[in-house]
Every structure is written in structure tokens, then in C-alpha cells.
Design a binder for this molecule. Sequence first.
Ligand SMILES: Cc1cc2nc3c(=O)[nH]c(=O)nc-3n(C[C@H](O)[C@H](O)[C@H](O)COP(=O)(O)O)c2cc1C
Length: 264
Amino acid sequence: MSSDSVKKTIGVALGVCAVASIFVSTAAVELKPIQVANKKADMVRNILDVGGFDSESPDFSKVYEEHIKPEIINLKTGEVIPEEKYTKELNPDDFDIKSLADSKTYGEAIPPNEDIAGIKRMPKYMVVYKVIKDGKLSEYILPIYGKGLWSTMYGLLALDKDLHTVKGLTFYDQGETPGLGGEVENPKWRALWVGKQAYDSTGRPILQVIKGKVSANDPRAKYTIDGLSGATLTTRGVNNLVHFWLGKNGYLPYLENLRGKKHE
Ligand SMILES: Cc1cc2nc3c(=O)[nH]c(=O)nc-3n(C[C@H](O)[C@H](O)[C@H](O)COP(=O)(O)O)c2cc1C
């Protein structure tokens, strides 16, 4: 092969690479807003689902607007942040747990001895969703997350307005093994959570996921949930993350404010 044709071949290859990379980067930039919109729509559907609404309805955005009132809270104090203090990062529409947890301003490290959810960092603020049914406050939807066996599992826990009774649970982002830990998404298992007590009569977190089954006449049945068989490690992760988020580093100050009690 002459050196001329080698140069030509390399030239054509480089040209093809350049054109392809322009196509790929243009597509990535063009598709980004669509991906963001899809992610938001997916979150809205998950919120509606755990709130007991038809998340598949074509009018799901309208249902959300009508029935879901998000607010941002300061986790340490439990105080609600007034809307005029919302920022580009800190607002219900663009709330991104992962980037807020990583942020120097909005996130913080969790002392290792308190990090039972295994998440290392967390946002200082959280979005919570108030559910309005028949014009009245019906429940609170609380984002939760923590380590399973293979992945960080992101979910939503719905708590009745009595601030004790679980109304629903969903995991919308997790990477556990399908058929084992991935069963955290199984509607039959999720249904076991409904009606369980999250707190005892003194307001301490009590909800537990146990290994095996709880019999109906067990006095603990009101606050225990059967673990997933063959997935003890994921189940333990769920138990720990739920405890973390129901506790003092999670939503307890906010819920205590709602209960009208002073917290430490
Ligand atoms: C390929 C593979 C994937 C697994 N995935 C999970 C999982 O996602 N969650 C989990 O808890 N255990 C998983 N396990 C099983 C754990 O290693 C462990 O055996 C199990 O959690 C014990 O649960 P058991 O006491 O209910 O049997 C997996 C095991 C294998 C071999």
C-alpha cells in the first residue's frame, strides 16, 4: 500500500469519527431535557402511586397538582422553609437528593456510628409531600433511602395524618437482584406495610422488618413486616434505612413539630 493511500484511510477514519462524535454529542445535549422531564414524570407517578392515586391516569399531572402539596423542610429543626427562601437547588420541582447530599452547602456527612442507612452523606433539607384528599390533609409522603446488598435503594414512605400509621411504601430506584432483593418492588410485599405502626405510643420509631414471618396473633404484628425470603441482606437494609429516616437524623424533628411537641 502506498503511503498516500494509508494517509487517505486514516483521514477518512478520522473524518468518520469526527462526524459520529458530533452526532452523539448533539443527541446527548438535545435529549437531556427530555430525560429530565421523563425523570420528573416518573417521580410524580411514584408519589401518586404511594399516595393511593391512579398513577397511570393520562391526567396524572393534574391529579398531582390537585392533591399533592410539596414542602421543603430543614431536617435538624423540622421547620418548613418558606417559599421565598427557595433557591435553584432547593425547591420542590428540582429537588435532587443525590446532588444535595453531595453539595457542600446543602449536604453533610453523617457520623459513622449514626449512619445505620449506610449512606455516608445526606441533604440538610428534604422535600416532603402532603397529600390532600376531599379537600383535607390525608397523609405525608416521605422520601427515604439507604444501602441494600448491592445498591442504594431510593423510596417513598407514606404516613397517615395521625403520624403513626403507614399508608404505603414504594422503592423507585434500586439495583438489588431481580427475584431476590428486587422483590422490594413487589406489590404483594409492599401491601404488607399498609396499616403498620411506625412509632410507639411515646413517639419512638418502632417499625421493623424481620427475618421470616410474623404471625397475626403475635403482639408485635402491629409494627413488624415479614422479611423477603432469600433476601435477608436487602431486608436488613430496608429495616435500617426506615429506622434511620423515622429517627432523629431523619423526619422525627419535623413529625414532632407536627405533633406539637418540643424536640431536643
Ligand atoms: C447471585 C446472587 C444474588 C443475590 N442477591 C441478593 C439480593 O439482592 N439481596 C439479598 O438480600 N440477598 C441476595 N443474595 C443472597 C445473599 O447472598 C444471602 O444468601 C441472602 O441474603 C440470605 O437470605 P436468607 O437468609 O433469607 O436465605 C444473592 C445471592 C446470589 C448468589
